[in-house]
Ligand binder design. Structure first.
Ligand code: HEM
Ligand code: HEM
Length: 180
């Protein structure tokens, strides 16, 4: 009885953690894609979205903190295949993202001014911002490639199935409504 209660509770928690991770990952992904298109957003939206992205990223890292600690501890010992490569890519991605967001803040034309901060924007930092943004595309793609099965399963479960379920229910309602 107690075991059943605990395992149901644990299952529910794991389920809600998966949903939380999934929607945060989707948000990060689209924020990144939108922010890569500065002509589409304009500079003010680009800067605030970039800052929001940086904050969401910290939350993403906190949600995966246990994984980071566990792999860091076992880095010099035996690890399941692929985990070391995944760790190296995540580390490169982390450094790249930190430089991307920090150089963004450094060259800010709107957001920092609105906060009353003024930095001397230099050509070097602009170049570095653009280059880290380009590198991020490849690193994010690799980062996601490791979890493509998880992404596919979650998309089926939380997006596709509810959509198909709703449209089936709608179709059934229409048919039964027409029969009355
Ligand atoms: C556009 C940005 C990003 C997106 C869309 C993204 C997406 C994802 C996805 C789909 C997963 C696997 C599912 C999950 O458990 O949540 C994941 C895991 C993870 N992410 Fe990210 N992520 C991004 C940026 C980053 C960055 C910059 C780091 C910094 C190191 C990072 C660190 C991790 C870690 C440590 C994990 C768990 C281990 C792993 O699967 O690699 N992520 N992320
Ligand atoms: C997800 C994070 C970010 C991404 C992916 C990103 C990406 C980019 C890209 C691709 C450009 C165009 C570079 C070029 O070809 O000249 C750009 C420009 C710019 N970004 Fe970001 N950025 C991010 C965050 C930020 C942040 C947080 C700020 C400031 C708070 C910022 C401020 C700027 C400014 C002012 C420019 C114009 C630079 C110029 O005119 O040369 N960015 N960004």
């Amino acid at each position: 009885m107690t075991t059943a209660t605990i395992s149901t509770g644990q299952k529910k928690r794991r389920f809600s953690e998966t949903i939380k991770n999934y929607w945060l990952d989707i948000t990060l992904f689209f924020a990144f894609i939108i922010d890569m298109n500065t002509r589409f957003t304009g500079i003010p939206v680009h800067e605030w979205l970039g800052i929001a992205f940086g904050v969401a990223l910290i939350y993403h890292l906190l949600l995966h903190w246990n994984w980071i600690v566990a792999i860091t501890k076992r880095l010099l010992r035996k690890l399941p295949s692929g985990q070391r490569l995944r760790y190296v890519i995540d580390l490169l991605l982390f450094v790249d993202m930190v430089v991307l967001v920090m150089t963004g803040i450094w060259i800010s034309e709107v957001a920092m001014g609105q906060l009353g901060l003024h930095f001397a924007s230099k050509f070097f930092w602009r170049r570095l911002h653009a280059q880290t943004a380009d590198l991020a595309i490849w690193l994010v793609a690799l980062h996601l490639a490791f979890d493509w099965k998880w992404i596919l399963n979650c998309t089926k479960r939380y997006v596709w199935q509810p959509l198909v379920g709703n449209s089936r229910a709608l179709a059934q309602n229409t048919v039964s409504g027409g029969e009355q």
